[in-house]
Design a protein around this ligand. Sequence first.
Ligand code: NAP
Length: 307
Amino acid sequence: MTKEKVIIIGSGPAGLTAALYTARADLRPLVISGNQLGGQISITSEVENYPGFPDGATGPELIEKIQKQAEKFGTRVLIDEVTEVDLRGGPPFRLKTHAESYETEGLIIASGSSPRRLGVPGEEQLIGRGVSFCATCDGFFFRGKDVVVIGGGDSALEEGLFLTKFATRVRVIHRRDELRAGETLKKRAAANDKVSFIWDSVVEEVRGNGKVEGVRIKNVKTGAASELQTDGVFIFVGHYPNSELFKGQLTMDDHGYLIADRLMMTSVPGVFAAGEIQDPVFRQMASSVGQGCAAAISLERWLAARE
Ligand code: NAP
């Protein structure tokens, strides 16, 4: 059993910013990375709206800088995953990872969210065989090929535009006839010859034998079904919070997002939350960074008041 003062679950912008602030308060935080060091931003190709970077930057570049800055002040980043938490009767709160058991006086949960699935036949079986949730990770494999993108939000357009670097054609399949994405991305997509839209349509099946060969879609207005041949299916239909571990221990909303107060404290005193695990609304790198900072300051004050 290892005893810690501050543990931070998650290594995305919220977790690493919380680490930077608690490290500078001399609390020697331990960040437990989760299955993806850097979180979702580390697989984002281009970030154009993070303040201070007028020319944009890649997700990995930004996250590497924040990690370096946090480590400079004494943060330790552990590549491991939390498998169990016991918040009852704490502090200290008890955690287990694959490798070790911990007790901690204060906890910041920044475990983020994960891409939502469509839940249609073929999707699960063909992940890694043409079905993808990350253009930055897999786009390269679609050089000279045809792909479809599912969704009408910022992610769908941003990732779809990224895919035009490789694919010959990118068809965006959206369930309505109006995009949810912001104006800049809409304009960029409209101006790109490789991008086209299939409106009012949902994917009912991903087809393929060993690899993606096409999708069966349905027009939700007319009910007409059709088949499209394609090599890749990139799905960007939103996210769900990674809060499974905390069920029954922390208050959540109906969708599983943790409920935190103005000071970022959850329903258990001493347990704070930051970033997309508690934010279904803003979901920006800048807002996650701000919430990580706030959670860290609150935890520092909470620990000081107890001592
Ligand atoms: P999102 O905004 O929630 O969009 C999800 C899209 O998927 C929507 O168009 C939605 O359709 C569609 N959808 C949801 N469930 C579906 C289903 N079962 N079948 C078919 N389509 C479905 O998610 P996001 O695009 O990942 O963006 C999340 C947040 O990150 C947003 O706040 C966004 O602004 C932000 N973000 C920002 C940037 C940027 O600023 N550059 C880039 C990426 C993400 P409806 O429109 O009909 O609901």
